[in-house]
Design a protein around this ligand. Structure first.
Ligand code: RB5
Length: 150
């Protein structure tokens, strides 16, 4: 699998650890920054990563901020992005299986390194189930245009 990764300052400390783990598993991961722990705005990095995931068809993203909340909200503003804020292996597997998530998000202030490894394992080893979930995922795009809300 090919991943793009980005963080804000509050997720920066876990970026190298996460990159190393993804590479140990044999996947490719491209670092989109930041290059230091200086204060930055999470929407800028969320959008940078989301844009790459859309442009590079079939690729995935990992986004980390303090809670994982702001960076996932921002990434989900980009059409075609399904960024999932996960807290454990269960949510990371479920979001691939049911939501066809293309970006895994988590919070540096929320999860530890063991949980991160288990989330990455689950995310990488779970395929989208399609079937009844495919129609629901299609409806998500409709929501961007104000349809499918009733
Ligand atoms: C930065 O202090 C923090 O607000 C940010 O990393 C994130 O948690 C926002 O949702």
């Amino acid at each position: 699998m090919k991943f793009y990764i980005a963080t804000d300052h509050a997720g920066y400390a876990l970026k190298e650890f996460t990159k190393n783990y993804v590479e140990e598993l044999g996947h490719e991961i491209i670092d989109l920054g930041p290059d230091s722990a200086d204060r930055v705005d999470y929407p800028d990095y969320a959008k940078k990563c989301a844009k790459k995931v859309i442009e590079d068809k079939g690729s995935f993203g990992i986004l980390i901020c303090g809670t994982g909340i702001g960076i996932s909200i921002a990434a989900n503003k980009v059409e075609g992005i399904r960024a999932a804020l996960c807290h454990d292996a269960y949510t990371a597997a479920a979001t691939r299986a049911h939501n066809d998530a293309n970006i895994l998000c988590f919070g540096e202030r929320v999860v530890g390194k063991g949980v991160i490894e288990s989330m990455i394992d689950a995310f990488c080893n779970t395929e989208f189930e399609g079937g009844r979930h495919a129609g629901r995922v299609d409806k998500i795009e409709g929501c961007s245009f104000g349809e499918n809300l009733g």
